[in-house]
Ligand binder design. Sequence first.
Ligand SMILES: *Cc1c(COP(=O)(O)O)cnc(C)c1O
Length: 415
Amino acid sequence: MTVQQEIQELLKGRPKKFIYLDHAATTYVDSRVYEAMQPFFQVEFGNPGGFYELGKRAADAMQAARETVAGVLGCRAEEIIFTGSGTESDNMAVLGVARKRAKEGKHVIISAIEHHAVERPAEQLEKEGFEVTKVPVDKFGRIRVEDVKAALRDDTVLVSIMYANNEIGTIQPIYEIGTLLKDHKALFHTDACQAAGALDLNVEKLGVDLMTLNGSKIYGPKGVGVLYIRKGVEIQPLVFGGGQERGKRSGTENVANIVGMAKALSIAQAESETENARLKELRDKLIDGLTKIPKTILNGHPELRLPNNVNVSILDIEGEAFTLFLNEMGIYASTGSACTSTSLDPSHVILATGLPYECAHGSVRFSLGRKTTEEEIDYVLEVVPRVVSILRKISPLNLDADKVREKGQGDLKYI
Ligand SMILES: *Cc1c(COP(=O)(O)O)cnc(C)c1O
């Protein structure tokens, strides 16, 4: 068969439905969340700052939401701040803590695989005279506690390490880093946007001082975030105004989104055990099937990974072309992270694991969700090898798996 015939054959099998496998980029809003939010658009629309009944009811709803979130995190309601996104919470933590503590020290530690919402504010701090150390990761994308320890200095005021990575799903040793930092003045922030629903968020157990969450990854609304700030930790606000959120984040509160965020988090927590077990099975089926394709590398940790994350580098193909083909076949997956899909730069996360540039280019993430079924995974496993075969026929690349093995440090047993 010619490549053209192969493409025509493939496209004949195009389904009418689409299969959404990009839950790490964002999720749909759960119906229970949607329902809980409804009253706050047209009926209970009061400003929570108002002294009349309508305002008071909005304030009460917000307080209930704060208590719900605090219940999941094992903290006090007054330690929860609602923001406009995960990005805003990350910025508030990184910039807010560092700027507040600039007189005590101007050194900040982050990891090499942080989301841009942490990385970019850290770069901003460099412009303001701070020094930033990026701790590396191992071949599985895992941070070593020893590296954090080695990076710590007397003038370190903040350590920000994500709980689980959004691209490769690797889970980080947050508890161990929290323990390490107990006797150090540095405050500890973790970006837990991808961890919510999958991992234990108890801030006492983890030993974190600040934690970021958002709604859009947990079947809640987009445009809402949470920042847990341990009592006694002071931050410099990013937004000044009417003094809402204990003066830390001014602006009339988005009550509907806040109610939705809390509802989404409580559902994620309540269903996490059964849902994670179900997802893990589907995830492993997909990993097993994909890594049977020759010259395919699993990115991230084989075990210490999010229950819904699959990320592979398929050698000799180009991630963008691959996801475009998948799109034609009704499969929505992403290459790199959603935030970088507008650029063709390879993912900084994949590169940090030591894989060569060419492999970072062929990396594809499938992130599973609540409605993902085994039939969908079967369909993906039927389509992907055919797409790979087509793309390899027209690819100028023919990487030597042995060379990649020497050059890189990825988990090449999967090649
Ligand atoms: C999605 C995400 C963010 C950004 O959250 P937004 O609500 O989209 O601003 C930050 N960190 C991680 C790990 C994420 O996955």
